[in-house]
Every structure is written in structure tokens, then in C-alpha cells.
Design a protein. Structure first.
Ligand code: FM0
Length: 330
């Protein structure tokens, strides 16, 4: 029996990862930059044993179906090959999400699984190697290996594509991100399918790549200079450019709902009224508001005028993946 357990926090990209050049290895078309947050995380324990006849995956106490287990199994296989230990595994994963957010995160999930496998199989990976392994589970997971500001350098191969923490002198501790959770009953396009469809068909995809390169540089500079306005501006405009690519895809699609627009407009109105805040959105309808910690309470209260408290979650900078004690075998 080989046991391991780890906790990983989710991260939100300020400059988005949007498109793969290699689907199997998960090599991205562009570099991305994120902030790891403290509000959402996953704890995962894994045990490998000769006695198991198949991989089993429990999420929040429920045994998952074949489709959900497949993604985990595919990842376990990579870890098994790396370790040379070919035993099936039992995976218990718990998502810690405030209120009924319904915010499943592949970033924290796959980063925690990578950390748990590293411990269980005695892989002894460096953080760079762990980032590369997590990347092969889900691209954004490679950034959750580290806390604070993180850059995923796109690289050009399995070896050269991984995330690194950014020197910021702890500036991330001065920032906050407020999640506005938006209900969505529409059919969901996963980030995996959405980005692929965009790479293959969007008229604007080449322009997105050019913009992403320039935006990464602006964000790096803003972080270096602790320039909140510059970071907020590039975060918001990069998000808009990513979302513009989906409207020029064939068939076109969007992640925005009327409430997403309501939230974005609220951010614009708050900025017009002198408040320092900027939004970003990922492959779903939720809107995340980037602000400085010193203003976060005031901005939260202002958002509460439009959105009930159950829809709002305050987050601050979070830590990288960490190993947890495994309980004595059951
Ligand atoms: O996080 O197909 O990592 O940079 O969230 O598993 O590699 O779920 F806004 C979209 C995340 C994409 C931007 O994609 O995809 C970002 C996104 P996978 P992910």
C-alpha cells in the first residue's frame, strides 16, 4: 500500500491560457499568468495497492462515474509510469468551496492529485517536475503548485513547459479577488472544448496570440512596479480579448450571461465612481473582481447592493500545494 495526501488552492489567471498546441501533453499556445487564491481548495488522498482491481474516484464522498474517473485514471497512469509502480488506486477528493458555489476547479483538483501521487509513489519531484506532471492533468493546474503570482511559461516541449513563481516582494498580500457567483442553466462548454474549438475555427485566434504575448509583458512590468492600475487594466482587457475569440469561432459561443454583463457593468460603474477594481472571467459565467485589500471591504459592500451575499466570496492570495499527513490505513 502506497499512500499520499495533498492540498492545493485554485488560481485565477490574470493573463489567460487559451488554446493548446499539443492536446496529449497539454502544451499551451501562449504563456499565462495567475494569482493563487486562498478561498477555494481541494484535498486529495490517494492509495495505490496490489489488491485493487481498478481505479476508483470519490469526489465529495460520492463515487464518480466512468467519465469522471477516466480523467483521473489517465493522470494516475502518467504517475504510475513515472514511478514504475503499476497498481490501481483509490482516490478521495474533497473540494472546499464556500457556500453552494458549484465551482468545481480542475486547477486545484489536479494539482492536489499530482501532489498526492508524488508522495504516495515516492516520486520525490522538484516543484518544477511537479508542475510539469500537474500540467498533464489540466493545464491551469501547473500554476497551482505555487502560491502568489505565478507564470506558466509555454515552452515548446514536455520538458520546457511549466510554471514558476514570480518575484513580487509579497505584493500579492495587498490584493484581493471577489468572486461573483452567477447561476447558469445553459448548456456548458468546458474550457477544454471551448479553447479547442477556438483554436481550430476562430477568425481572431492569431490576434489573440499576439495580444497575449504583449499582455504578459505588461503584467510582469505591473507586478514588478507594484502598479495596481496597470495590472488591473491588462487583466480586464486580456479577459475581454480571450472572450472575443469565442464569438468569432464557428459555431460561435459565449460564456457570458445577462448576469455576467450586469456584474461587468457594475465594475465599470464603480470605477467611474472612483473605486479601484477590475474584472476577469474564465470559461463560465462567474465574474471575479480584482482589487486592493485595503479597498476590498468597501467594494464587497458595494457589490452586495446588486448581488446577495450568498453569491459573493472574498479571496486573498493563497499558498502553493502542500503535503498532508495520511491517516493510518483504514
Ligand atoms: O485558467 O484542458 O486548465 O488560464 O480558465 O484542463 O488544460 O481547465 F478562462 C479559461 C483553463 C482555462 C484560463 O483551462 O484546461 C486559465 C481558463 P485543460 P483548463
Amino acid at each position: 500500500m502506497h499512500n499520499g495526501k495533498a492540498r492545493a488552492f485554485t488560481n485565477i489567471a490574470l493573463i489567460k491560457y487559451w488554446g493548446k498546441k499539443d492536446q496529449q501533453l497539454i502544451l499551451p499556445m501562449n504563456s499565462s499568468l495567475s494569482l493563487t487564491l486562498d478561498a477555494f481548495y481541494t484535498e486529495t488522498s490517494v492509495s495505490f495497492s496490489k489488491d485493487y482491481t481498478q481505479d476508483l474516484f470519490y469526489l465529495d464522498g460520492e463515487l464518480q462515474d466512468e467519465k469522471a474517473t477516466q480523467k483521473v485514471s489517465r493522470f494516475l497512469q502518467l504517475a504510475r509510469e513515472q514511478a514504475g509502480i503499476f497498481e490501481h488506486a483509490l482516490v478521495y477528493s474533497q473540494n472546499f468551496v464556500p457556500t453552494a458555489a458549484g465551482l468545481a476547479s480542475s486547477a486545484s483538483g489536479l494539482a492536489a492529485l499530482a501532489g498526492a501521487c508524488n508522495d504516495a509513489l515516492g516520486l520525490n519531484l522538484s516543484t518544477t517536475e511537479l508542475s510539469r506532471l500537474a500540467r498533464k492533468g489540466s493545464g491551469s493546474a501547473c500554476r497551482s503548485i505555487y502560491g502568489g503570482f505565478v507564470e506558466w511559461k509555454k515552452g515548446h516541449s514536455d520538458q520546457s513547459s511549466y510554471a514558476l513563481p514570480m518575484a513580487s516582494n509579497h505584493w500579492e498580500d495587498d490584493l484581493a479577488m471577489i468572486f461573483i457567483l452567477i447561476n447558469d442553466k445553459a448548456k456548458k462548454v468546458s474550457s477544454r472544448n471551448g479553447m479547442q474549438q477556438t483554436v481550430e475555427t476562430s477568425l481572431y485566434y492569431d490576434d489573440w496570440l499576439k495580444a497575449a504575448d504583449a499582455d504578459i509583458k505588461k503584467a510582469q512590468e505591473a507586478i514588478e512596479n507594484h502598479d495596481f492600475h496597470a495590472l488591473g487594466q491588462v487583466t480586464e482587457t486580456n479577459c475581454l480579448k480571450m472572450h472575443a475569440t469565442t464569438l468569432a469561432a464557428s459555431p460561435p459561443f459565449t460564456y457570458w450571461t445577462p448576469d455576467s454583463l450586469k456584474a461587468m457593468n457594475k465594475v465599470y460603474a464603480m470605477r467611474d465612481a472612483g473605486q479601484d477594481c477590475y474584472f476577469t472571467m474564465d470559461a463560465g459565467p462567474n465574474v471575479k473582481v480584482l482589487c486592493q485589500k485595503k479597498d476590498s471591504q468597501k467594494i464587497y459592500e458595494e457589490l452586495q447592493k446588486e448581488f446577495p451575499e450568498q453569491q459573493l466570496v472574498m479571496a486573498y492570495a493563497g499558498k502553493g500545494v502542500e503535503s498532508l499527513e495520511t491517516e493510518v490505513a483504514k
